[in-house]
Design a protein around this ligand. Structure first.
Ligand SMILES: [Zn+2]
Length: 333
């Protein structure tokens, strides 16, 4: 019984005919975000595939601790990535999923935002993984997740959904692993047995538990909450909070992935440092105009403007992985 849940929540109803694709950004996200969902899909007889976008190999602190070494070179990173793949397969086995249901894309850990802004490699890799499985459900990350790799994958999935030619697009479920989810469209309450299995699957991720056991165990919630990522989208103006005077030690950039007529795509990284900031009302692709105000940054669409994703990012070395804010989306009416 899903006690304590608002009755508006609905659980995903899987059937034996379903094909459920899990998009895990790093090994351990399959358990943290969807450990119960995978069990529910498997129990219903649905086909399950899990695509791991990165190997989670850029993870130096646990590696230094467990391998008792300071320098992490390329060979050490590869070895760590292989170890995390093994942990992911062990976690899936605990959740009842065969090892051959796992696919590893091997894209750069902590590098997915750069990949998304540089070109279409992230979208192409995800698109071929989706086409190869032909899912009826896709469970993956949310644009609002505070981990930049997670929100970048969410934007890529969103873009694929919009350009998909399938007659019936797969239903999206988006989980927030890092950060709070304020509105959930779907919630799955795990019973005691499923909850126990989820914790056992998490225990397979030994490298991650080494330094963060308490934090991860708190994140392995007995109720999994998802949004459909349908909203919120802006129409009219797109306004992003931007108060650089409070964070003047950091340099910021505006990241944009914009679509125009006929599916043309432009990607931009605009430096927002005061001396390099674009002029007021400067022009962007597809008729978009940008205005930087004291506390906000406003994007105004033009006649030829299609879907746009925008995020304010810090530039330079990052000591904290997590973002203050995720990607914002604008869709034409
Ligand atoms: Zn992750």
């Amino acid at each position: 019984v899903a006690s304590g849940l608002p009755i508006t929540y609905r659980a995903p109803a899987f059937t034996a005919g379903d094909r459920v694709l899990i998009v895990a950004v790093h090994p351990d996200d399959e358990t943290l975000a969807t450990g119960g969902l995978i069990q529910a899909a498997h129990a219903a007889g649905a086909a399950v595939r899990v695509v791991f976008v990165t190997d989670g190999d850029d993870n130096p602190w646990p590696q230094r601790w467990l391998e008792r070494r300071w320098r992490i070179d390329a060979a050490a990173r590869r070895r760590w990535g292989a170890r995390r793949r093994d942990e992911a397969r062990a976690a899936l086995a605990t959740l009842g999923i065969e090892a051959d249901a796992a696919r590893f894309l091997g894209l750069p850990d902590q590098g997915l935002t750069a990949l998304l802004v540089a070109g279409d490699a992230l979208e192409r890799a995800l698109r071929s993984a989706i086409d190869a499985f032909d899912p009826s459900w896709i469970a993956g990350p949310s644009r609002a997740d505070r981990h930049p790799d997670h929100s970048a994958v969410a934007v890529a999935l969103d873009r694929i959904g919009q350009i998909s030619g399938r007659p019936a697009p797969a239903q999206r479920l988006a989980a927030i692993v890092h950060g709070a989810i304020d509105t959930a469209d779907v919630a799955l309450a795990l019973d005691a047995a499923a909850s126990h299995r989820k914790r056992e699957a998490l225990a397979a991720h030994r490298t991650q538990l080494a330094l963060s056991r308490g934090r991860l165990e708190r994140m392995a919630a007995p109720v999994e909450r998802y949004t459909s990522e349908a909203g919120p989208s802006s129409s009219g103006l797109l306004t992003l909070p931007f108060a650089p005077h409070r964070r003047r030690l950091a340099r910021h950039a505006l990241l944009i992935v914009a679509e125009g007529e006929g599916g043309a795509v432009e990607r931009r990284c605009l430096d927002l440092s005061p001396h390099r900031r674009p002029d007021a009302d400067s022009a962007l692709p597809f008729g978009w105009r940008l205005t930087v105000e004291p506390r906000t940054l406003t994007l105004r669409p033009g006649i030829a403007s299609g879907p746009l994703y925008a995020k304010i990012d810090r530039l330079g070395p990052r000591w904290i992985v997590f973002d203050a804010d995720g990607w914002h989306r604008w869709l034409p009416r």
